[in-house]
Ligand binder design. Structure first.
Ligand code: ATP
Ligand code: MG
Length: 743
């Protein structure tokens, strides 16, 4: 393999094979790139991809790393490149019994978590002013990060009225998760750790398999992640960790910076490689970032250098208000966008609450943007409802999902009826789904409810039974149409319901993408895996670097990414650094690292802005400029704010010579044929696909199937068709749902 394009130190790291290795280096020095090359190099040296495990911080980073490796050495389907959570999920799927779960356990997200905790607050008559749900959720999560169960929590904190309440909630929460055959996000790590720790044979299996383990962004590993990795690498010690102590930004979520600082203590034979050349940013950006981060005391001193030119000065603009700030940013993007793609721009803010004004300002200028906000796609009501339907297809014990969808769309099941059903389920020690599967229960419901619940149960059972014979997208279409969900929205016929339909169809494209991605690796796309993807996706995973859109995201989500032009708005004390951080040295240092992460995302130009007056969470106030601005080396700064363009570019843009239009605004939207209504077409397609077949089949009919291809009917009865497929063997398929067509 030709590694000539790497520098000497990078080459050393990439070709280091046996023994522990620490790559400790600053932002943009090629850590991730080196790790990628190292994987390719190992494979080229004859090491099986099967024995390689690489852990990244997001699913997206994992996908990119795999793509790059495979470009260098060819396809490696059985190599594990994934996040900690995805890895834990894999381990738990392989050893669910050791974790005490059923095979088809599901993963609950923060919305589910919220619902359960709120219910518990009600059930246990807890004062929600004194113990708000958010507070209880946060404590439970913290305890799990520290691998501490309810009993340990009580033991550590002593018994008093307050800890007793928390203990009871925590305990009941875990009981309910278990009863629903579900884990929350934190449980994935905790349970994986316990399975490995308590089952030496299982641990040995992974130790034997993964002879080469690598972890990117190691500075942000928490206690449990550290333990998992340490145990897996214990036998062979071929562990390579990559990171930058200056970029540890998740201490608030349990990340422990000591994991990277103490690596040499844990692995005394570790080789340490430092990378000092930065390949990402212009000189001024690098110097500015350094002038801020050097104020942190608890850090390993390192300085980066670059061969790149100094570049444009950093622009700082103090605006009168937050609205003006957003206007200014949108205007700058407009002016600079000539001859550039909007992909080049990112607005990185401290909190999601800042995003709305930027959205407004960009919309006004018709600048396309993508927003990666905490309120994700999956948390929208309609998407969430459909996810619950899908979850029930794989895991009928999921009571929370039943409760969520039983009356969505309206089926005449009010809280009283639901309460009765729950009580009945409890008495018989059955799940809600099982309870509803009994005919006598359905018939005992009020007449209207009885018919519509029966219909829903039929669809659900059919989907459960056929799930392995259908594509994920087919199941989705069936659920959407046959449960009456789509129709209810259509009947509503409001702007809001229309936009919900759009979102549901948008979600379908997401399913398609997933299926395509799987097909590309030659794997089968299963519903189980799809749900896992949904559960483990982070904000950053939705980032599309070729969308032709400006990206809006938090600085936290921008970790590991790079953009030619970066805006960091809201440089104000109280916002950034945040007001809570202002009280403690540790807090300030973590915010300063975040500032460093934000600034070092920029390749060519960096804009910092602040607003003299800001409204946040409904409260308006005058602000003070950020501590970080005061630390910044003033000689690198252009405070004039709007004098930074090369006049030529500005003229170009204004004259419409470049891709911008005459007034510097964005291009006209893509051409669409007259009368083209994409929503209508998409709806139609969903319905057609869900219609399955109403044809009658006879022995000897030639058919095609959406998933299995061509085949011949060999048997039929009232409910099923049996087909011998050219490639898929013999399948017995349910009439009315199987995507079969005569040819
Ligand atoms: P971060 O700390 O932000 O995660 P990093 O250290 O992982 O950054 P990379 O993202 O791997 O850095 O690399 C930063 C940029 O530098 C990328 O665009 C990468 O392609 C480029 N780069 C890395 N090494 C070299 C090299 N030897 N020659 C040229 N470009 C390089
Ligand atoms: Mg990186």
């Amino acid at each position: 393999m030709n590694l000539d394009h790497l520098n000497k130190e990078q080459q050393k790291a990439a070709t280091h094979i046996e023994g522990p290795l620490l790559i400790l280096a600053g932002a943009g020095s090629g850590k991730t790139a080196t790790m990628t090359h190292r994987i390719a190099y190992l494979i080229e040296q004859g090491i099986s991809p099967y024995s390689i495990l690489a852990v990244t911080f997001t699913n997206k980073a994992a996908g990119e790393m795999r793509e790059r490796v495979e470009k260098l050495v060819g396809p490696c389907p059985n190599m594990w490149i994934m996040t900690f959570h995805a890895m834990s999920l894999r381990i738990l799927r392989e050893h669910y019994y050791a974790a005490g779960y059923d095979k088809n356990f599901v993963v609950y997200d923060t919305v589910d978590q919220k619902t359960i905790i709120k219910n518990i607050i009600k059930e246990q008559n807890i004062d929600s002013k004194q113990f708000p749900q958010a507070y209880l959720s946060a404590i439970i999560s913290k305890e799990k990060e520290a691998d501490s169960d309810p009993e340990q929590f009580l033991e550590m904190n002593g018994e008093n009225p307050k800890t007793k309440v928390i203990y009871n909630v925590y305990k009941e929460y875990q009981r309910q998760l278990k009863a629903n055959n579900a884990m929350d996000f934190d449980d994935l790590l905790v349970n994986a750790l316990h399975v490995l720790r308590e089952n030496p044979n299982i641990l040995a299996q992974y130790q034997n398999r993964f002879k080469y383990i690598m972890v990117d962004e190691y500075q942000d590993t928490n206690h449990i992640q550290y333990e998992i990795i340490r145990m897996m690498a214990k036998a062979h010690k071929n562990l390579c960790v990559v990171g930058d102590d200056d970029q540890c930004i998740y201490q608030w979520r349990g990340a422990d910076i000591r994991n990277i600082l103490d690596f040499e203590k844990d692995f005394p034979t570790a080789k340490v490689i430092k990378l000092e050349q930065n390949y990402r940013s212009c000189g001024n950006i690098l110097a500015a970032a350094h002038s801020v981060i050097k104020n942190n005391r608890g850090r390993k001193a390192k300085k980066l250098w670059t061969e790149a030119e100094a570049g444009a000065p950093i622009v700082y603009k103090r605006c009168d208000s937050d609205k003006e700030e957003a206007y200014y940013v949108a205007q700058e993007i407009d002016l600079l966008s000539g001859g550039r793609s909007y992909d080049d721009f990112a607005v990185l803010y401290r909190t999601n609450a800042q995003s709305r004004l930027f959205e407004d300002a960009l919309k006004r200028r018709h600048i396309p943007y993508q927003i990666l906000s905490g309120f994700s796609f999956y948390e929208r009501k309609e998407t969430k409802d459909m996810i619950c339907y899908m979850r029930l297809v794989v895991n009928p014990s999921d009571d929370l999902a039943v409760k969520r969808i039983i009356n969505e769309p309206k089926r005449g099941i009010g809280p009283t009826t639901l309460g009765k059903l729950e009580a009945l389920a409890k008495v018989n020690n059955r799940s809600l789904f099982e309870t509803l599967s009994q005919e006598e229960v359905i018939y005992s419901l009020p007449a209207k409810a009885s018919a519509s619940v029966k219909e829903m149960m039929d669809v659900m059972q059919l989907c459960q039974q056929e799930k392995d014979n259908l594509r994920v997208s087919d199941i989705y279409d069936n659920l959407l149409v046959k449960t009456g969900y789509l129709k209810a929205l259509e009947d509503e016929n409001t702007v809001e319901s229309e936009s919900r339909i759009e979102n549901l169809l948008d979600f379908k494209s997401f399913i398609y993408d997933f299926e395509e991605e799987k097909a590309a690796t030659g794997e089968k796309a299963t519903m189980e895996e799809f749900l896992e993807r949904v559960a483990t996706d982070s904000d950053t995973d939705k980032y599309d670097d070729e969308a032709g859109k400006v990206t809006l995201m938090t600085m936290h989500s921008a970790k590991g990414l790079e953009f030619p032009i970066v805006f960091m708005p809201g440089m104000e004390d109280g916002l950034f650094p945040g007001h809570r951080a202002l009280d403690s040295e540790n807090g300030i240092e973590e915010e300063r690292r975040l500032c460093y992460v934000g600034m070092t995302r920029a390749k060519e130009k960096l804009f910092l802005t602040s607003a003299a007056y800001r409204v946040l969470y409904g409260h308006g106030d005058y602000t003070r400029e950020s501590t970080f601005l005061r630390e910044l080396d003033k000689s690198l700064l252009d405070e004039a704010g709007d004098s930074i363009y090369e006049p030529s570019r500005r003229t170009n843009n204004r004259l419409g010579v470049s891709t911008g239009s005459l007034d510097g605004y964005s291009e006209t939207p893509a051409f669409r044929p007259y009368n083209y209504d994409p929503l209508k077409f998409a709806k139609q397609a969903v319905k057609e696909s869900a219609a399955g077949n109403s044809e009658d089949f006879m022995q000897g009919d030639q058919v095609t199937h959406g998933k299995f291809g061509h085949g011949i009917v060999v048997d039929t009865d009232a409910k099923t068709v049996t087909v011998v497929f050219d490639e898929g063997g013999i399948k017995k398929l349910a009439k009315g749902i199987a995507p079969l067509k005569k040819v």
